[in-house]
Design a protein around this ligand. Structure first.
Ligand code: SF4
Length: 191
């Protein structure tokens, strides 16, 4: 269907009609070919790598499209028997995990009492975390309760996983924390 400039402006200006796209669809205009064409152009010549959404245990299958090693698109994998190409709103936003100007790419450290953050080396930060974890565990470790029950735990460390850690990494994390005697273990994905 042909839509004149006057029709387009009228539809765009009509608050009750919603968006211009909604108005065009209301006039019977099908956007499917244009959208398919735009999608085809975006992933044309892209390398496709199958992957899995990290956000929850459903584990929806995804396809990651890259051009010259840079991610240009992520979408549901239609071959997957359980998500059949679909992704929930969280999964549909995975692209923004990778391509996001707000993503922190450096380690920041704020010294005790300081008001400003400073950039530090990852190696230094990992050594510092290990040092403080060992110190805290050594100082607070409880081998037995007053009634003699063996517990081998520390109540002084709390482990909080992130929603973007996948199932396997979360499994390894909780094994590690439990091995240290940490009993307060939670994951942000459930909050
Ligand atoms: S797309 Fe949604 S339902 Fe599927 S794994 Fe990701 S978060 Fe879970």
């Amino acid at each position: 269907m042909l839509v004149g400039r006057r029709d387009f402006l009228r539809l765009t200006a009509s608050a009750g009609a919603g968006t211009a796209i909604g108005g065009l669809v209301g006039l019977g205009v099908t956007l499917a070919p244009a959208m398919a064409r735009a999608q085809e152009l975006r992933i044309k010549d892209a390398k496709t790598t199958p992957s899995i959404c990290p956000f929850c245990s459903v584990g929806c299958a995804t396809l990651i499209h890259t051009v010259d090693g840079k991610i240009v698109n992520i979408e549901g994998d239609p071959r997957s028997p359980h998500n059949e190409g679909t992704l929930c709103p969280k999964g549909a936003a995975i692209y923004q995990l990778h391509m996001n100007p707000n993503r922190a790419t450096k380690v920041l450290h704020r010294k005790p009492g300081a008001s400003d953050w400073e950039v530090v080396e990852l190696e230094w930060a990992m050594d510092r975390v290990a040092e403080l974890t060992k110190k805290t565990r050594d100082e607070t470790f409880i081998e037995k309760l007053p009634n003699g029950k063996l517990v081998n735990m520390t109540p002084a460390i709390f482990a909080l996983g992130g929603a973007t850690l996948d199932n396997e990494f979360n499994h390894v994390c909780q094994k590690f924390w439990r091995g240290l005697g940490v009993v307060a273990i939670e994951n942000q994905a459930r909050i």
